[in-house]
Structure formats: structure tokens, C-alpha cells
Design a protein around this ligand. Structure first.
Ligand code: CMC
Length: 431
């Protein structure tokens, strides 16, 4: 862009001073630019949506400077201590904590939607034995639109309700089927006598010949991890779900799009990447070398599980997960886990390093979660699937909010075009 161009396009203060400022209940004010293009023929430029509120939402609030995370106004620390995942799912979906009978009805409905159509189970046979579980899970969730036609009408409140319960209930079953496919074991059907997390452990680790003894600490750890992963306002995968759904696409396709977005290592794929990184670092004596690599602009290596777009303080979820790590490892008799020791030492070095201090880079939700999953016997390639199980609740809550928003529009960003100006086609012989 030339300077002259800049001058011509720059609005003077009076041009933009009449833009409306909107105030939320918490957080920074927002400049409403919805009329900017029609009135001033201007777009805004904000790659990565660093300064852009893409929607109005009542679901989750983050104060990144203070390290605060609220679900429907409730601090995540309180929910992690006193609630459980199914209650948190209800809260995120419906906006209020349920009373006993509401919670009971919701739990019963989730339990009674856990089975998969047998045709979907057969789809797994089409995947290679070494297919990444995220590839299978996103494909199978996408395929749900081919099986559950009764919930395809996005304008029906009843269809949206059944969809919500169905997808939350079936994600653990789909995850377990992906796992069983990868280890070549027969699929285990869900059991209605078990809770959400007990059922997941049963479907993962039982075999037809023998039921797995369900470890209460494993149940507690999974429930906590799902609460902490349940929602995180307009993150990449949630924004993807909203964007895909804004076209009127069926909700299963929108969630499948979200699962695909989650897979990336800058997002949910970071939990798998953290564990691989810790294994690669191998020992405390190599920490300085990897910290130096993370700081080197010519090296693509980043400290995985560190940094966040919104948190410029310790991620409150990481603190809670770090404590649960100790509990799980103690219970497994692995209090001196070399992996946890390495992670703690790495955190310590990074938090005292000028580069990480100056850029406000702290451990995020993905830094410690993999150590818990590994201690529970869940393979590394399944870590991001575990994240997806928890986040499905948030995706559904946001999809429902988006689809029922009276001001809802198809998501369709504009661009700053920097390509060729119009030119004439040249015949092949003349090029
Ligand atoms: N290691 C080394 N340097 C880093 C890191 C890191 N993990 N994260 C950010 N930086 C540097 C980055 O190089 C940049 O430096 P400079 O200003 O000199 O160019 C500065 O910090 C700001 O980073 P950014 O990439 O502009 O920040 P962002 O908000 O666009 O990205 C992030 C956020 C999470 C993608 C990034 O911090 C990152 O790649 N972290 C590692 C991957 C990770 O752990 N992802 C999980 C995120 S939390 C859970 C989730 O969202 O699913």
C-alpha cells in the first residue's frame, strides 16, 4: 500500500467518531463497525481476529490478563472443585445450573443416546489400522448426518435438542471405537449402568473376555479434564463450528469441521505435541538447548503447551491440571514420574527466562494434560480426541447460540486484495 493510497483511504476522526460503542457485561468495549463499509466504503484488517469480536455471546468469559475463566459466570475453579462434567454440560447448554430433577433427566437422556448406529461402526473397518484417531473421529462425526436424519432440521428446537444430547453422548463411544480399531480389539458397547467417564474407561479398556476395573481416580481425573476443556469462547475450533454452521449446514458437519480445526498443533493438537516434545527433550540436561531453540526466530520449534492468544498470565486450567497430575501419579505409584519432573523443570526454566517473561508466555491447558492421559493408559495419538470429547459441549452450546441469534448472518469475511490488477488473457502461443 503506497503512502498516497493510505492518505486517500484514511478516515479522519470525525468520519469514525460516530461509530457506536457496545458494552458487554465484562471485558473491553467493542466498536460496532457493521455499517462501516456501507457508510464509508472501508473494511477493517485484522488477520487472526486479534482485535475482532466475531459475535455476541453469553456462554464463556475469559480475562486473559488476570487468568480468569468463567462458564456462564461461574469461575472454572469452583466448577472443577464442586461440579461434574454432566452438570457443567447442562450449565453451558442451558445457561443455568440444573436442579436435581433437571440434572437427572439430562443425565438419563445422555446415557440413553450413547449407542452408535451399527452402520457407523462398520465404517471403522474402512480405515487403515494406523489411521490417526482424529481422522477417524472427524470422519465418523461427519457421517452422523447420513444416519440421524431426524435431527437435520436446524429450525426445529426439538431437532436441535436431540442433536445436542446425541452428539455429547456419542463422542466417547466414537472415540473408544477409534481406539479399539487402532489396537485391533473388538468394540465394546456402552453400559447404561455407568457414568459418562466410567463408560468411557469401560469402552476403552474392557474386552469381551474381561471387564476393566474402573479406577475412581481415573474417573475423577477425566471428569476434571472434560470440565476444563468444555468451553473457551471463540477459540479456533469453536469459531470454525460457528462459521460452518452459519451457512445453514447441518450441525454434525459443523462439529466435524470443529474437530478438524482442533487437530492442529497450535490448538488442541498441542497436547499430543507436548508429550512428543517432552520425550524428545528426554532429560533435564537438554532443557536449555530446547529453550534456546524456542527463542530462535530461524527455528520453527516452539515450546508446545506454552503461550496463548488470550492468556497473558498463567492459564487457570493448567494450574488445576498440574495438581491433578500429582494426584494421579501418586495413586499410580509413580510420584517420581520422570516425565512430570521434566515438565516441571521445563516450566521453571521457561518462567524465569527473559524471553518468556517479556512475551507473557505461560503453560496452557495442554502442557500437563498429556501426562495424566498417559498415566491412565491412553495413547498419545488419542490425546486430542480426549480434548474433543470435552469441547463438544462448548461447540454445541455455541452452535445453538449462533443458530438462534436473531441477528445471525452467514460468516463471510472480506479481504485486503494485494494481487494483480485486471489484465488481459494471453494466448498460450504468445506466452
Ligand atoms: N514458544 C516460543 N515462542 C512463542 C511461543 C512458544 N510456545 N508462543 C508464542 N511465542 C512467541 C512468538 O514467536 C511471538 O514472538 P514475536 O512477537 O517475537 O514474533 C510471540 O510469542 C507471540 O506469539 P504469537 O504466535 O504471535 O501469538 P498467538 O496469539 O498468535 O499464538 C499460540 C498463540 C497458542 C498459537 C502460540 O503461543 C503457540 O504456538 N503456542 C504453542 C502451541 C500451543 O501450546 N497451543 C495450545 C494453545 S492453548 C489450547 C488451545 O487453544 O487449544
Amino acid at each position: 500500500m503506497t503512502k498516497e493510497h493510505c492518505k486517500l483511504q484514511m478516515p479522519n476522526t470525525s468520519d469514525v467518531s460516530n461509530l457506536e460503542i457496545q458494552k458487554g457485561t465484562l471485558g473491553p468495549d467493542v466498536i460496532d463497525i457493521t455499517k462501516l463499509y456501507h457508510e464509508k466504503s472501508l473494511f477493517t484488517y485484522d488477520p487472526g481476529f486479534v482485535s475482532t469480536a466475531s459475535c455476541r455471546s453469553k456462554i464463556t468469559y475469559i480475562d486473559g490478563d488476570e487468568g480468569v475463566l468463567l462458564y456462564r459466570g461461574y469461575p472454572v475453579e469452583q466448577l472443577a472443585k464442586s461440579s461434574n462434567f454432566i452438570e457443567v454440560a447442562y450449565l453451558l447448554l442451558y445457561g443455568e445450573l440444573p436442579n436435581k430433577s433437571m440434572l437427572n433427566d439430562f443425565s438419563e437422556s445422555i446415557i440413553h443416546h450413547t449407542m452408535l448406529n451399527e452402520g457407523m461402526l462398520r465404517l471403522f473397518n474402512g480405515f487403515r489400522y494406523d489411521a490417526h484417531p482424529m481422522a477417524m473421529v472427524s470422519a465418523i462425526v461427519g457421517s452422523m448426518s447420513a444416519y440421524y436424519h431426524d435431527t437435520m432440521d436446524i429450525n426445529s428446537a426439538r431437532a436441535r435438542e436431540i442433536f445436542a444430547h446425541r452428539i455429547i453422548a456419542k463422542l466417547p463411544t466414537i472415540a473408544a471405537a477409534a481406539y479399539k480399531h487402532s489396537v485391533g480389539q473388538p468394540f465394546m458397547y456402552p453400559s447404561n449402568s455407568l457414568s459418562y467417564c466410567e463408560n468411557l474407561l469401560h469402552m476403552f479398556f474392557s474386552v469381551p473376555a474381561e471387564n476393566n476395573n474402573i479406577d475412581p481416580v481415573a474417573v475423577e481425573a477425566l471428569d476434571l479434564l472434560f470440565i476444563l476443556h468444555a468451553d473457551h469462547e471463540q477459540n479456533c475450533s469453536t469459531s470454525t463450528v460457528r462459521m460452518a454452521g452459519s451457512s445453514g449446514a447441518n450441525p454434525y458437519s459443523a462439529i466435524a469441521a470443529g474437530i478438524s480445526a482442533l487437530w492442529g498443533p497450535a490448538h488442541g493438537g498441542a497436547n499430543e505435541a507436548v508429550l512428543k516434545m517432552l520425550v524428545e527433550i528426554g532429560s533435564k540436561k537438554n532443557i536449555e538447548k530446547y529453550i534456546a531453540r524456542a527463542k530462535d526466530k530461524d527455528d520453527p520449534f516452539r515450546l508446545m503447551g506454552f503461550g496463548h492468544r488470550v492468556y497473558k498470565n498463567y492459564d487457570p486450567r493448567a494450574k488445576i491440571i498440574r495438581d491433578m497430575c500429582h494426584k494421579v501419579l501418586n495413586q499410580k505409584g509413580r510420584a517420581d514420574s520422570p516425565l512430570l519432573e521434566l515438565a516441571l523443570a521445563l516450566e521453571d526454566v521457561a518462567l524465569n527466562d527473559e524471553y518468556f517473561i517479556e512475551k507473557n508466555l505461560y503453560p496452557n491447558v495442554d502442557f500437563y494434560s498429556g501426562i495424566i492421559y498417559q498415566a491412565l493408559g491412553i495413547p498419545t495419538s488419542m490425546f486430542t480426541v480426549m480434548f474433543a470429547i470435552g469441547r463438544t459441549v462448548g461447540w454445541v452450546a455455541h452452535w445453538r447460540e449462533m443458530i438462534t441469534d436473531p441477528n445471525g448472518k452467514i460468516s463471510r469475511p472480506r479481504q485486503l486484495y494485494i494481487g494483480e490488477k485486471e489484465r488481459n488473457y494471453i494466448n498460450l502461443d504468445n506466452r
